[in-house]
Ligand binder design. Structure first.
Ligand SMILES: [Zn+2]
Length: 264
């Protein structure tokens, strides 16, 4: 059985590591009129969701809290999508768009696979784009210390480097080179507070490969000019030190300030 194409809904997945600026970016896009009319599905690992309060005044928001849609909350996530498909079919309207903001711990490729291998959703939901946000400030350290961050980048059609004002452009260039090395096919752009911002030019040889502990060796291969590499090395070293907190602690800390919309 195949679905009538006009009844298919498109799904945009917005993913990225903890604190990488997904909500800020998405909220700005909604304000700017992107994803107009879309249902926004917010998945949060935390049991008490906070992200949705920032979005609720801009779109219809459905929250899936208390776990990650790509793993422990997968069946709930798929049921939610099935419910949206059912609702759309009953309404008789064609098309429709869903935007999923994943938890910071999600692997977007696993989400795409879960939909494509679902007997019903595979015919009714088309994933149109996977967008992954990467924090300019700690993205490089995160890539090195957490395999999930590289996996998120690998699964992206588009990578947005956020908080670009937070780092010198040499560090941002190394991050861009690294992202381009991990996923050469992804479109790469920059943002600050959700607003598009031009990325600095980058040299592919300055890419810092995930899993390597000897960055100095990697960078030394790329360029003999230590005046270029030293600031990056210092930056990565400091950032790595700051990020030694275990992931469980990062996940547990409060990440958002209260919003006036929360009182609704
Ligand atoms: Zn997961």
């Amino acid at each position: 059985m195949s679905a009538v194409p006009a009844q298919r809904q498109t799904l945009t997945i917005v993913s990225g590591f903890l604190g990488s600026g997904k909500t800020t970016w998405l909220r700005h896009q909604l304000h700017a009129g992107e994803f107009r009319g879309a249902v926004v599905l917010v998945n949060e690992a935390a049991a008490a969701p906070v992200d949705d309060a920032l979005l609720a005044d801009l779109a219809r928001v459905i929250v899936l809290p208390g776990g990650c849609a790509c793993c422990d909350k997968r069946s709930e996530f798929l049921s939610l999508l099935a419910g949206l498909v059912d609702e759309k079919m009953r309404s008789g309207e064609a098309g429709g768009h869903i935007v999923l903001e994943t938890s910071g711990l999600a692997d977007p490729a696993a989400l795409v696979e879960a939909i494509r291998s679902h007997p019903m959703l595979a015919h009714h939901i088309v994933v149109d784009e996977v967008i992954v946000t990467v924090d300019a400030g700690c993205g490089l350290a995160n890539i090195r210390t957490n395999r999930l961050v590289a996996k998120q980048i690998e699964g992206a059609d588009r990578v947005i480097v956020t908080k670009m004002d937070s780092v010198p452009s040499a560090a941002c260039s190394a991050l861009c080179a690294t992202i381009a090395r991990i996923n050469p096919g992804a479109r790469l752009s920059g943002a600050m507070n959700g607003e598009a911002m031009a990325l600095p030019p980058f040299d592919p040889t300055t890419a810092v490969l995930p899993g390597h502990s000897h960055i100095s060796e990697i960078l030394a291969v790329g360029t003999a000019d230590t005046s270029l590499t030293q600031p990056i090395l210092d930056f990565v070293r400091t950032a790595s030190e700051e990020r030694k907190t275990p992931t469980s602690k990062i996940a547990a800390r409060p990440t958002k300030r209260p919003s006036p919309a929360a009182a609704r």
